[in-house]
Design a protein around this ligand. Structure first.
Ligand SMILES: Cc1cc2nc3c(=O)[nH]c(=O)nc-3n(C[C@H](O)[C@H](O)[C@H](O)COP(=O)(O)O)c2cc1C
Length: 355
């Protein structure tokens, strides 16, 4: 296992990077291959752990530490798992019933239980031997005692803020870095104080406000897809940018073939925030389910339980080559997505070379 890079302060972390570019952790669309390629190309690579077991996280970290000696960002969800409710589940399955019928899916095959686990003592014990330089969270922060242990090995703690109030809360609770996630961002919205989407700000406004109000560094995220947008965010005072959608067409990402086709189609012109796939709002390209049932619906059970009803529909439709029930996560910059290698993209984003 290689030694931890000495990045005990955010400033030391930024200095260790060739470019101020963080790769957004993207659960379900990437593994250590993308994270390693990004860190090797001068940015900060990230490993999303929300859909990995404790053992899988340790395996992926083993690979990362064996293959490169640079800083890494490990990302977890920190939601409070909901109490399953039979009533909510029934309402959701009733809503989806016409689709079960159409695709010949037996509703009795719908799994119960939560597919995404929040950060916990077990995950902490698995990652501690590797001393990841950055541990980031979506949907708030974990228990204080877990954060104290991360800080004890020199790990920096980051989390997404979607409002100025969330940024201030994260700073007060001991975060070292705040990811300013604007409304343009692809994937799940990281809000945790209030669920009202009306209160959440576009990236530019959010970055401006957070840079003014916080003492800790702000990383801009959401809809950033060109070198011009990267420099605009840095000029606003962001210490770095975090890009997700922009990496989805790289060969190093594990983006599915259907998701890749959608990213190369007209669908990139139309993204929306939907809660249909998991129970929490997330931005993706508008497909049939979103057009017919939402994009926002009051029929979904709490996050992440809505996923269970969708999973067999998604599997059946994908078997027929259809993305009607697939979450096609993408930010508003999806149309700019480039099918290039990570190395080419990073130096392009950073303004260091043309594409
Ligand atoms: C496919 C996809 C999956 C995502 N999964 C995660 C995740 O697991 N954890 C997380 O903190 N953020 C996740 N996000 C959100 C990103 O952290 C980030 O806010 C977003 O990608 C920035 O906007 P952009 O996609 O327009 O660049 C995801 C985004 C996408 C596009």
């Amino acid at each position: 296992m290689s030694e931890q890079i000495q990045t005990r302060t955010p400033q030391a972390l930024f200095q260790s990077l060739q470019y101020p570019i963080f790769q957004a952790p993207m659960a379900g669309s990437q593994d250590s291959v993308l994270a390693i390629a990004v860190s090797d190309s001068g940015g900060l690579g990230a490993l999303p752990c929300a859909m990995l077991s404790v053992e899988q996280v340790a395996e992926q970290l083993e690979l990362i530490r064996a293959k490169q000696g640079r800083a890494i960002n490990l990302n977890f969800f920190s939601h409070t798992p909901p109490e399953p409710s039979d009533e909510d589940q029934k309402r959701w399955l009733d809503t989806l019933a016409p689709y079960f019928n159409e695709l010949d899916v037996d509703p009795a095959s719908v799994a119960s239980g939560a597919g995404r686990q929040p950060f916990s003592r077990d995950y902490l014990d698995a990652i501690a031997p590797f001393k990841p330089e950055v541990v980031s969270f979506h949907f708030g922060l974990p228990d204080k005692s877990l954060m104290t242990e991360i800080k004890a090995w020199g790990g920096l703690i980051a989390s997404s803020a979607t409002t100025l109030a969330e940024g201030l809360w994260l700073q007060d609770q001991g975060a070292d870095l705040v990811i300013a996630q604007g409304l343009e961002a692809g994937g799940h919205r990281g809000h945790f104080l209030r669920a009202d989407l009306e209160e959440q700000l576009p990236t530019r406004e959010l970055v401006k406000g957070l840079v003014q109000q916080l003492d800790i560094p702000v990383v801009a995220a959401g809809g950033i897809s060109t070198p011009q947008q990267v420099s605009e965010m840095l000029e606003l005072g962001a210490s770095a940018v975090q890009i997700g959608t922009g990496f989805l067409l790289t060969p190093e990402a594990k983006t599915s073939a259907l998701h890749r086709s959608a990213l190369k189609s007209e669908m990139t012109q139309n993204t929306a925030i939907t809660n249909l796939f998991s129970g929490r709002p997330a931005r993706g390209m508008v497909n049939r389910l979103m057009a017919e049932q939402g994009p926002m619906s009051d029929k979904t059970p709490a996050f992440p339980l809505a996923t269970n009803g969708i999973a067999p529909l998604r599997a059946a439709a994908e078997k027929q080559g259809s993305w009607d029930f697939s979450p096609l996560w993408a930010g508003t910059g999806a149309a700019e997505c480039q099918e290039k290698s990570v190395t080419e993209l990073i130096s392009w984003f950073a303004g260091a070379s043309p594409l």
